[in-house]
Ligand binder design. Structure first.
Ligand SMILES: Nc1nc2c(c(=O)[nH]1)N[C@H]1C(S)=C(S)[C@@H](COP(=O)(O)OP(=O)(O)OC[C@H]3O[C@@H](n4cnc5c(=O)[nH]c(N)nc54)[C@H](O)[C@@H]3O)O[C@H]1N2
Ligand SMILES: Nc1nc2c(c(=O)[nH]1)N[C@H]1C(S)=C(S)[C@@H](COP(=O)(O)OP(=O)(O)OC[C@H]3O[C@@H](n4cnc5c(=O)[nH]c(N)nc54)[C@H](O)[C@@H]3O)O[C@H]1N2
Ligand code: SF4
Ligand SMILES: [Mo]
Length: 683
C-alpha cells in the first residue's frame, strides 16, 4: 500500500449532538481525531467520548462477522446465510400470521442518523408493518408533540441565551455543546438558574439554585404562571397578539399559588416568586427543559405545556435567546409511512396523531405486552432496549418469546446476546450520511456531509447495505431505489437543491443554510386557531386537560404514603455521565478509568441514617426489583432522594428498578424520574 495521509472533516455520532471533527487517516486507518474549530456546536473541542472515538471504532470486541445463535453458542456465518435465513423466517411469519407481527426498534443513535432511521422505518412499512419503535417515544418526542400542540411548530432553546434556566438539565454531563456556549455567555454576563434535586456543579455559578422534589416540576411551573399573571408582569402585547385562550388561563391558574407549590415541590414560595419575576423581566430567556427528565414522569405532557406557556406569556418566543423556531431544510424522506396504526396508537392517540400529522413511532412501553400476540419478530438497529427501556425484565421476558430477534450493532450488547442473529454494523466513519442539526443557533439548520473516512471494519455493513440485501432476499427490491450510499444521500438532498458533490467539495466543514429569522412570521402560527394555543381544544377533545395541570408521580410520598414504610426514599433514574452514552463505552479503558463504577448518589444525612459511607456497596430496591451499586455520598444531593445512573450492565442496570406499567397518562411514557425506593448497605 502506498503511504497516504488524508484529513477528513466529518462529525461525531457517539452521542446525538453531532459535533464537528477532523479525522486523520493514514494508509486507510483513522489515527487521530480532533475537534473542528469552525463547527458552531463544539468550536474545536471534543468531549472525552469524542476524544476516545478511535478506541471505540477499533475496539477488539467489535463485531466482525454475522453470528447465529445455536445450541453450542454463537456460530460465525456468512452474510448470505444470515440474510437468507432471516428472510425465510420473516416470510414464514408473514404468511402464517400477518406482516404486522414484525417490529423494528432504533436506539438513540438512530435519532440523529437520518439514513438509519429512515431506512428502518421504510423497511418495516414495505414489509407491511406499522410497528416502528424508537427511543424517542420515551425521550423527547413528548416535548416535540406538546410544543407542536401549543405552537404548531417545534420551537427550541438555542445555545446562546441571556437567562439560562436549567430545569432538570445538566449540560456538564449531557450537553457538551451547550456547556461550551453557556460558559462563554456567563463570562459575557448571562444569568443562570438551576432547578434540580442535586446542586450540580453549575449551580455554584448560578444566581439561584432551587432544590426540587423529583417529579414535581409541573407544580412549580404552574405557580410561576400564577405569579406572572397575578402580578400582571406578563407581556401583554405578545399575549394579545399571538395567543388563544389566555382568558381561560386566568381563572384556571388561581389555585396554583406559590404556597400551594411549596408544599408539593419543597421549593420556597418566595423563590418561586423571585424566579417568576426574573423570567418575566428578561427578554431572551429560555427554560432549558431536561431533554428527557421532564418527560419521563407522571406530569410529562403537562410539564411541557406549562413551560411552553411560561415562555409564551413572557414573550420569549422567536427572540434571540428565547425559544426559537428554526427554519427546516426540505430533505427527501427516506422513510415511508403506512396507513395502519402502530402498537400504542389507540391507547395514546395524541402521541400518535395531531391534526392529521402522525408520529412515525409506536409507543415503546406497550411493546412487552404486545409480544407474542401482536409482535413476533423484532429487528433492533443501533439500540439496546434490554438495558435502556424501562423494566428490563419485562423486555427480556417478552423478547425471549419472539420467533425472530435480529440485532445490527457494533458490539454484542445485552440485547444482542438474546438475539437469534447478530449482524455487524459500520461505525459512522465507515459510511456516508448527512449530519443535520436544526436547532443549533441563529434559528438556522446546519448541514454537513458525514463522510466515509475508512473502509468498513471486517465484515461490518452499513444500514444501506443491510437493507438493500434484505429487500433483495424478500423479493421487494423494486421498493429500494438507491444503488449506493451516495445515491441515498443525493436523494435526501434532492429537494434542497444541494448535491453530494457540493457538500463534499465546497462545504466539507458543513454550513448554515437559510436566513436568520427572528420575530413572528406572518403574525401567525400553524395551529387551528392560528395562535399559540394556551388553551388546547386538541387536548380537550382527546379527553385531557386543555390547560396545564399537575399530577403527582404514581409512586410518591403523597400518592402512595402506604408504600413509605417499605420504600421511604424518592428515586430518580438516569442522570447522565460525560464519559458514557447510555449503555455504551463501558469497555473503553480511558473512559472507564474516569468513571469506573455506577454510583447511587445520596445526601450525607440519608447515608448516615442507613449506616452507609462513601464507596460502600449498596442495594437499591423498588416495587419492581433491585440493583447493586456503589454509594456516592454527596452533600449536593437533596436528603431523602436517591439518584442512580442508567446504562450499566448486569445487576447495576437501573431499569431493573423501573416499570413500564407506571405510565404518563397522555403519551404513555414510563415514570422513571420519580419512584419510591429503599437503600441498604451490603457486602
Ligand atoms: N454523556 C452523555 N450525554 C448524553 C446522554 C448520555 O447517555 N451520556 N444521553 C443523551 C440523551 S438520549 C438524552 S435524552 C439527554 C438527557 O438529558 P437530560 O434529560 O437533560 O438529563 P441530564 O442532563 O442528565 O439532567 C438530568 C438532571 O436532572 C436532575 N433530575 C432528576 N430528576 C429530576 C426531576 O424530577 N426534576 C428536576 N428538575 N431535575 C431532576 C438530575 O439530578 C440531573 O442533574 O442526554 C443526552 N446526552
Ligand atoms: N432508567 C432510565 N433509562 C433510560 C433513560 C433514563 O433516563 N433512565 N434514558 C432513556 C433515553 S432518553 C434514551 S434516548 C435511551 C437510549 O437507549 P439506546 O439508544 O437503546 O441506548 P444505547 O446504549 O445508546 O444504544 C445504542 C446502540 O447503537 C449502537 N450503534 C452505534 N452506532 C451505530 C451505527 O452506526 N449503526 C448501528 N446499527 N448501531 C450503532 C451502539 O453500539 C449501541 O449498542 O435510554 C433510555 N433509558
Ligand atoms: S458531545 Fe462528545 S460524544 Fe457527543 S458528539 Fe460531541 S464530541 Fe461526540
Ligand atoms: Mo434520550
Amino acid at each position: 500500500m502506498t503511504n497516504s495521509v488524508k484529513r477528513v472533516l466529518t462529525d461525531c455520532t457517539l452521542c446525538y449532538h453531532s459535533c464537528g471533527t477532523k479525522v486523520t487517516v493514514k494508509d486507510g486507518k483513522a489515527v487521530k481525531v480532533e475537534g473542528l474549530e469552525s463547527h458552531p456546536l463544539n468550536m474545536g473541542r471534543l468531549c472525552p467520548k469524542g476524544e476516545a472515538m478511535l478506541d471505540n471504532i477499533y475496539h477488539p470486541d467489535r463485531l466482525k462477522y454475522p453470528l447465529k445463535r445455536g445450541r453450542g453458542g454463537w456460530k460465525r456465518i456468512t452474510w448470505e446465510q444470515a440474510l437468507t435465513e432471516i428472510a425465510e423466517r420473516l416470510l414464514r411469519l408473514k404468511s402464517e400470521f400477518r406482516p404486522q407481527v414484525l417490529g423494528v426498534f432504533i436506539g438513540s443513535i438512530g435519532v440523529e442518523n437520518l439514513e438509519m432511521s429512515g431506512l428502518t422505518q421504510r423497511f418495516n412499512a414495505c414489509f407491511g408493518s406499522p410497528n416502528f419503535f424508537s427511543v424517542e417515544s420515551i425521550c423527547y418526542r413528548m416535548r416535540i408533540r406538546t410544543r407542536q400542540i401549543t405552537f404548531g411548530r417545534y420551537p427550541t432553546e438555542e445555545l446562546d441565551s441571556k437567562l439560562y434556566i436549567l430545569w432538570g438539565h445538566n449540560p456538564e454531563a449531557s450537553d457538551f455543546p451547550l456547556q461550551l456556549h453557556l460558559e462563554a455567555n456567563l463570562k459575557k454576563g448571562a444569568r443562570l438558574v438551576v432547578i434540580d434535586p442535586k446542586r450540580i456543579g453549575l449551580a455554584d455559578r448560578a444566581e439561584m439554585y432551587l432544590r426540587i422534589r423529583p417529579g414535581t416540576d409541573g407544580a412549580m411551573a404552574l405557580a410561576m404562571i400564577n405569579v406572572i399573571i397575578n402580578e400582571r408582569i406578563y407581556d401583554k402585547d405578545f399575549v394579545e397578539k399571538y395567543t388563544y385562550g389566555f382568558d381561560k388561563l386566568i381563572p384556571h391558574i388561581q389555585p396554583y399559588t406559590p404556597e400551594w407549590a411549596e408544599k408539593i415541590t419543597w421549593v420556597h414560595a418566595k423563590n418561586i416568586r423571585q424566579l417568576a419575576r426574573m423570567l418575566a423581566s428578561t427578554k431572551g430567556a429560555s427554560i432549558y427543559q431536561g431533554t428527557s427528565t421532564q418527560d419521563q414522569t407522571a406530569n410529562g405532557t403537562q410539564n411541557s405545556r406549562a413551560f411552553a406557556i411560561l415562555q409564551t406569556i413572557t414573550g420569549n418566543i422567536n427572540n434571540p435567546g428565547g425559544w426559537t423556531i428554526s427554519a427546516r431544510l426540505p430533505l427527501g424522506n427516506v422513510g415511508r409511512e403506512i396507513e395502519e396504526k402502530p402498537v400504542g396508537a389507540d391507547q395514546y392517540p395524541i402521541f400518535y396523531e395531531v391534526w392529521g400529522r402522525t408520529s412515525p413511532y409506536g409507543v415503546v412501553t406497550c411493546v412487552p405486552e404486545s409480544i407474542p400476540d401482536r409482535l413476533k419478530a423484532f429487528l433492533v438497529i443501533g439500540g439496546n432496549p434490554l438495558v435502556s427501556m424501562a423494566d428490563s425484565n419485562a423486555f427480556k421476558e417478552a423478547f425471549r418469546k419472539l420467533d425472530l430477534l435480529v440485532v445490527h450493532d457494533l458490539f454484542l450488547t445485552e440485547t444482542a446476546e438474546l438475539a437469534h442473529y447478530v449482524l455487524p454494523a459500520c461505525s459512522h466513519l465507515e459510511k456516508w450520511g448527512l449530519a443535520y442539526n436544526y436547532n443549533v443557533c441563529h434559528c438556522l439548520p446546519y448541514l454537513m456531509l458525514r463522510k466515509k473516512a475508512i473502509e468498513p471494519f471486517y465484515e461490518s455493513w452499513s444500514e444501506w447495505k443491510l437493507f438493500k440485501e434484505l429487500y433483495n432476499k424478500l423479493g421487494i427490491e423494486n421498493q429500494f431505489p438507491w444503488k449506493s450510499e451516495e445515491e441515498l444521500v443525493e436523494f435526501e438532498l434532492g429537494p434542497t437543491g444541494l448535491t453530494f458533490e457540493q457538500l463534499l467539495k465546497e462545504k466539507p466543514e458543513g454550513a448554515f443554510y437559510g436566513d436568520k429569522e427572528y420575530g413572528i412570521k406572518d403574525n401567525s402560527f400553524p395551529t387551528p386557531s392560528k395562535k399559540i394555543e394556551i388553551f388546547s381544544d386538541t387536548l380537550k377533545q382527546a379527553g385531557f386537560d386543555p390547560l396545564p395541570t399537575y399530577l403527582e408521580p404514581n409512586k410518591s410520598p403523597v400518592s402512595t404514603p402506604q408504600m413509605l414504610k417499605r420504600y421511604p426514599l424518592i428515586l430518580s433514574t438516569g442522570y447522565r455521565n460525560l464519559y458514557y452514552t447510555h449503555a455504551q463505552f463501558r469497555k473503553i479503558d480511558s473512559l472507564k478509568r474516569k468513571n469506573p463504577e455506577p454510583r447511587a448518589e445520596i445526601g450525607p444525612k440519608t447515608a448516615a441514617q442507613y449506616g452507609i459511607s462513601e464507596g460502600d456497596n449498596v442495594i437499591i430496591e423498588t416495587h419492581k426489583g433491585s440493583v447493586r451499586m456503589k454509594a456516592g455520598v454527596d452533600e449536593r444531593v437533596t436528603e431523602g432522594v436517591v439518584l442512580v445512573p442508567h446504562g450499566w450492565p448486569g445487576e447495576a442496570n437501573a431499569n431493573l428498578l423501573t416499570d413500564t406499567e407506571c405510565r404518563e397518562p397522555i403519551m404513555g411514557y414510563p415514570q422513571i424520574k420519580a419512584l419510591l425506593c429503599r437503600i441498604t448497605k451490603t457486602t
